[in-house]
Design a protein around this ligand. Structure first.
Ligand code: GLC
Length: 742
């Protein structure tokens, strides 16, 4: 007997059998659903309850006994928020969690470039992986209904189609790395001031045609693994546990198989939390526990009280098992996914991505006399004016606030680019908000300046007299009642007396350039006095580098507005109809009913309906070259299934390379319901060398011809004549063609 051989044969048999015995949920060779069911069958009631609610400010429990780790979420859409203490909002003071701050999502939307959205999500995902965050609480795609909206800078503009096209690749980029998105805030969270009390009232058409499409695309095309319920109410139910938006529309109609995460503090009722679609409860302030009492998380609606209710027989585990299945599916997609790559933080690739997205999103709004780009060779001195030329914007604004490894200011960007070539002087011009800290992160800047507005303006004007160019960086900032979570702006005007400063500078220097740093439109009473105007957005870590590259012409601007720029609030439906922010239901002031009276007529849809000429139109964006859009052809002038293919020629008629964004709008010439004059239904970015012509192909489907039919509760395209308009702005559509749906 060869005992040695026999021994090894037994050892092999045992080891094989051990390997064969590894449980299904731990064996990636099985599909996720099999692993979910296996894990579920092994979990106790207490373990099931533990995974559906938070255990700390940003984490929820795994199942230690089964080797499933805790689950970590983190803000935000623009970068990975610094770690906070276990149960605090204040940052933990780590020294290894500084990140790249990517441009705000309004800037991403302004690129009209889905490839940039994918690059964005992928880069952010790599930073999240390094920081061991399994879910990024973003992106946000609430529609820009009013220029006063405090969080518009975190979203993708006023048009549901543009937001739909840009959110999908962001999600795909992020989730390709095994990091979950959590698309927010679902739904109808379009203002901030009373976000916990607003009960939105609107037509089914407005809901489905304007406010849901970006979320629908995120789920059906982006396959988002997470959706965050919004604070506000719809049909008197909070959107973190809402039978219509969550159970019916999201999970039943759209087939969402991910988890619904509450916004922090968005859960308000146990029975609704159990029955109305909430899967993971975060941030609840139970029993007035606004601070982290030791057993705060036991008091959650989906914690001990739910477990006790089951033990008392008030509920079966039917709803619980459904929630746990979704949470387990999330685990196997993220922190139980063995295929996940390693991440990294603050790499040059991530800075390059931030720069590229910023450069493609900056919008040249006006350039009378071609003042821009700055001609370095013909210039001795440039005066840079404004608090926004020096103020850090990555700190503040609410939960999207970051601890950036660096943030190059507009002034620094110009100084670096023009070093040794042009003398760059600075004048403060105005003082806005000298503070600079948020949840323990401080900018370290000392912006204190006690001079009077008159003195500040006098200094700037004096220096402007002898400058070849004056570049003013103004706009908003991330302080309360500016571009900031939790409040809306009180006015559309520029704050801090900037209008007076801008007028004074334009009077003494014909080459005055105004760069607006904001996530929202502002009024511009000096519009015809300032030859060059640029929308600079909140660009994150590479702000100054990106802005300088565009202003001096290294980069040809190619951003196009993702929202209409009205000349006043009266030109906005929500304000013209006095439908913002809403009316308190009663003296208790628990509920404020906000009726979206403008219905589907949001943004350019309103401007078209009322024949209003905005300051700048949706889709507007100039270039340092010029383009011609011509020769629109349609493959078939009669369609039976609504599939249409349009082609158009685009020529660069100028003398430098540049990108244009070709946009296609559809008009239903005769319909049984009132429809917008036109609606964006396709777009394509195109790069052209001087003199080059390219043919751009734009395709649409039946949905592009449809409206939401409130009778059938479905999309409906009525046979008849339609018209397609093509150009590079909603108010510059030189090509049109009619076609018929049979
Ligand atoms: C905040 C925000 C949400 C954020 C969450 C966690 O209240 O509404 O966007 O992700 O809480 O910070």
């Amino acid at each position: 007997m060869n005992y040695k051989g026999f021994f090894f044969a037994c050892l092999l048999a045992v080891s094989v059998s051990v390997v064969a015995q590894s449980p299904v949920y731990l064996d990636p060779s099985h599909g996720i659903e099999a692993r979910v069911e296996d894990a579920l069958s092994r979990m106790t009631l207490s373990e099931k309850i533990a995974v559906i609610h938070a255990q700390s400010k940003f984490s929820s429990a795994g199942v230690k006994r089964l080797g499933i780790p805790d689950f970590w979420t983190d803000d935000g859409p623009h970068g990975v928020r610094p770690d906070v203490l276990w149960d605090e909002w204040e940052q933990a003071g780590q020294t290894n969690d500084s990140c790249v701050a990517f441009p705000a999502l309004t800037c991403l939307a302004s690129t009209w470039n889905p490839q940039m959205a994918n690059l964005y999500g992928h880069s952010l995902g790599e930073e999240a992986l390094y920081r061991n965050k399994n879910m990024i609480l973003g992106p946000g795609v609430n529609i820009y209904r009013t220029p006063l909206g405090g969080r518009n800078f975190e979203y993708m503009g006023e048009d549901p189609y543009l937001a739909s096209r840009m959110v999908v690749p962001y999600i795909q980029g992020l989730q390709s790395l095994g990091v979950a998105s959590c698309v927010k805030h679902y739904c109808l969270n379009n203002d901030e001031e009373y976000r916990h009390q607003v009960n939105v009232i609107l037509s089914d058409r407005a809901l489905h045609e304007i406010y849901l499409p970006a979320f629908e695309a995120a789920v059906k095309e982006g396959h988002a693994w997470g959706i965050m319920g919004a604070y506000n109410l719809y049909k008197d139910e909070h959107n973190c546990h809402n039978s219509i938006t969550l159970n019916k529309i999201l999970k039943q109609d759209w087939g969402f198989d991910g988890v619904v995460v509450s916004d922090w503090g968005g859960a308000h009722d146990m029975d609704q939390a159990i029955r109305n679609g909430l899967d993971m409860e975060f941030g609840t302030w139970t029993d007035g526990l606004t601070m982290g009492a030791t057993n705060a998380y036991d008091n959650y609606y989906l914690s001990k009280m739910y477990e006790n209710a089951i033990r008392q027989g008030k509920y079966t585990t039917k709803e619980l098992d459904e929630k746990v299945r979704r949470v387990l599916r999330l685990f196997f997609r993220t922190n139980m996914n063995k295929q996940r790559p390693y991440g990294f933080l603050c790499s040059e690739a991530h800075y390059e991505a931030a720069r590229q997205i910023a450069q493609q999103g900056i919008v040249l709004l006006q350039n009378t006399g071609n003042v821009l780009p700055i001609r370095i060779e013909a210039c001795r001195k440039i005066l840079v004016v404004g608090e926004n030329a020096i103020k850090m914007m990555t700190v503040g604004g609410g939960s999207s606030s970051l601890k950036a490894q660096h943030e190059i200011s507009p002034l620094q960007g110009l100084q670096q680019r023009l070093a040794g070539k042009v003398d760059v002087e600075f004048a403060r011009g105005y003082v806005g908000d000298a503070t600079g800290s948020y949840n323990g992160v401080t900018t370290g800047q000392n912006l204190q300046d006690d001079r009077t507005p008159d003195a500040l303006i006098a200094e700037a004007v004096e220096k402007a007299r002898t400058a070849d160019y004056v570049v003013i960086f103004g706009g908003l900032n991330k302080s309360d009642y500016q571009d900031c979570e939790g409040h809306d702006r009180k006015s559309m005007d520029l704050p801090y007396g900037q209008d007076r400063l801008i007028k004074a500078l334009a009077e003494v220097n014909p080459k005055t350039i105004y760069v607006n740093i904001s996530g929202n439109a502002v009024t511009m009473p000096w519009l015809n006095k300032v030859p060059a105007i640029v929308q600079g957005w909140f660009l994150g870590s590479e702000t100054g580098t990106a802005l300088a590259s565009v202003l001096v012409g290294d980069v040809n601007p190619s951003g196009h507005l993702p929202f209409t720029w009205p000349s006043s609030l009266q030109d906005v439906g929500a304000h013209a109809l006095d439908a913002f922010p809403g009316i308190w239901r009663d003296s208790e002031k628990k509920i404020i009913d906000e009726e979206y009276k403008e219905d589907i007529f949001v943004g350019y849809r309103w401007a078209d309906k009322k024949k209003i000429r905005p300051t700048f139109a949706f889709g507007h964006g100039l270039s340092y070259t010029t383009f011609k859009v011509s020769n629109l052809r349609v493959k078939n002038k009669v369609t039976h299934d609504g599939q249409m293919t349009f082609t158009v020629d685009v020529t660069n008629t100028g003398n430098r390379e540049g990108d244009d964004v070709i946009q296609l709008y559809i008009s239903d010439l005769k319909s049984s319901v009132e429809r917008p004059v036109k609606e964006l239904k396709a777009f394509q970015r195109v790069s052209l060398k001087p003199g080059e012509t390219k043919t751009v192909t734009l395709t649409t489907d039946r949905r592009a011809l449809s409206f939401w039919d409130e009778v059938s509760g479905d999309w409906k395209a009525e046979p008849g004549d339609f018209q397609a308009f093509v150009g590079d702005a909603s108010n510059n559509l030189p090509c049109k063609v009619k076609f018929t749906l049979q």
